[in-house]
Design a binder for this molecule. Structure first.
Ligand SMILES: Cc1cc2nc3c(=O)[nH]c(=O)nc-3n(C[C@H](O)[C@H](O)[C@H](O)COP(=O)(O)OP(=O)(O)OC[C@H]3O[C@@H](n4cnc5c(N)ncnc54)[C@H](O)[C@@H]3O)c2cc1C
Length: 368
């Protein structure tokens, strides 16, 4: 069978794109070399930072703004279509500083939040103690509360995207590795896979941290490297806080059922997804420093995932150079769950009509 669109990689970017393409009437196949949604998209924390509420000039900020709005709409649509709750909740976030440098950075960031019309309030130690009795505030120097920060349960979101795709006859070909891309002139004509050749009218590579080796076969450089992030899942008897606690690049994400995620590290470890005692110990100490009651909580699990990191932190969203019918959507680093709606809607539009919804120029492959 020849499909209209082949999406290579069944993480959040590929699954979101497949759903949007199928909603527009395309016959879609998703090709995944293992089970669906087992890599970075599963490993992530599901934090969805508040998005800008004003017209933004830079396309990256436009992706943030669109995604923030769409997450709420998608959660509703996915629940209606599949009956699955994605866990999308506007739970609010607390952004903490315990050093003078961190405080200055938070106050500077607040000016940017004001420009973007994102609501933020500075809380004193007493304000915090009044509203969050489980949070230790003895080391606190500055705390910003962002009521519009949100979260989702990424495994639930991914299951909902798969179910929504299935309802629209998306074919999910799992345990099927794309080994090379067959090219004739300015067209990709097929995928050479561990399960034979797959052909489609157009192709999109959403292969996350594994994109560089795959496209290298076409002499295309997508400068994406795996950046390992480790995570601990606590389970406590009581919900200690409802808001996400952020400090620098680390965070605590409380779920409604007493579970709480502590993350994360940024490590260059190649494709090694093992956890290390050193990082897990430091995450545990970080978690307990803000929520001392976690000392009594059970550690239910720990894991690591590989973020697709690009050198400038921006994803690659582009048509492949000198190829008319093949695209890339990869390299979202720490924000792939957050930016998945805007990425999928733009890439689907581009694949189907020849133009994305907004300018994606800063995300081109040939940027330097
Ligand atoms: C610890 C951690 C915490 C995070 N927290 C957050 C967060 O709070 N918020 C947020 O927005 N983002 C977060 N992220 C980042 C986010 O998870 C990623 O940006 C996002 O999942 C990337 O999605 P993806 O679909 O591009 O990649 P992936 O989910 O990695 O999917 C790529 C898929 O492609 C498949 N594949 C690769 N090569 C081939 C091939 N040759 N043939 C067939 N299939 C192939 C892989 O098997 C994989 O399933 C976090 C990441 C980590 C690791």
């Amino acid at each position: 069978m020849i499909y209209d669109c082949a999406v290579v990689g069944g993480g959040v970017i590929g699954l979101s794109l497949a759903w949007r393409l199928a909603l527009a009437g395309s016959r879609v196949i998703v090709v995944e070399r293992q089970q669906l949604a087992r890599e970075a998209s599963w490993a992530g924390a599901g934090i969805l930072p508040a998005g800008p509420r004003t017209n933004m000039e830079h396309p990256y900020d436009q992706l943030r703004a669109i995604s923030s709005i769409r997450h709420a709409e998608w959660a509703e649509q996915l629940r209606e279509d599949t009956g699955i709750d994605t866990g999308y909740r506007v739970c609010g976030g607390l952004h903490m500083a315990r050093t003078p440098g961190e405080s200055a950075a938070l106050r500077g960031w607040r000016l940017q939040l004001d420009d973007e019309q994102i609501e933020s309030l500075e809380l004193s130690t007493d304000d915090l103690a009044d509203s969050e009795s489980a949070i230790a505030s003895n080391e606190l120097r500055c705390c910003l509360s962002l009521p519009d920060d949100a979260q989702l349960r990424n495994p639930w979101f991914l299951n909902a995207l798969i179910a929504a795709g299935r309802r629209l006859s998306v074919e999910f070909r799992t345990d099927c590795e794309v080994r090379s891309i067959i090219r004739r002139g300015n067209q990709v004509t097929g995928l050479d896979t561990s399960d034979g050749t797959i052909q489609a009218g157009s192709y999109c590579f959403t292969t996350g941290a594994w994109t560089y080796p795959l496209l290298h076969g076409l002499s295309i450089r997508a400068n994406i490297v795996p950046i390992r992030g480790q995570m601990i899942l606590f389970r406590s008897e009581h919900v200690l806080t409802r808001r996400i606690i952020n400090e620098g690049s680390r965070y605590l994400v409380p779920r409604e059922d007493g579970r709480l995620l502590a993350g994360s590290s940024e490590e260059e470890a190649g494709y090694d997804k093992s956890t290390t005692d050193e990082i897990l110990d430091s995450l545990r100490a970080f978690a307990e420093s803000w929520l001392p009651d976690l000392r009594q909580a059970k550690i239910e699990a720990s894991w690591a995932g590989l973020r697709p990191g690009s050198y400038d932190g921006f994803p690659y969203l582009d048509r492949l150079p000198d190829i008319d019918n093949a695209f890339i959507a990869a390299g979202h680093f720490r924000s792939g769950l957050y930016l998945s709606p805007a990425t999928a809607e733009n890439m689907a539009q581009w694949m189907l009509t020849g133009e994305p919804l907004i300018s994606l120029d800063p995300f081109c492959l040939l940027r330097r």
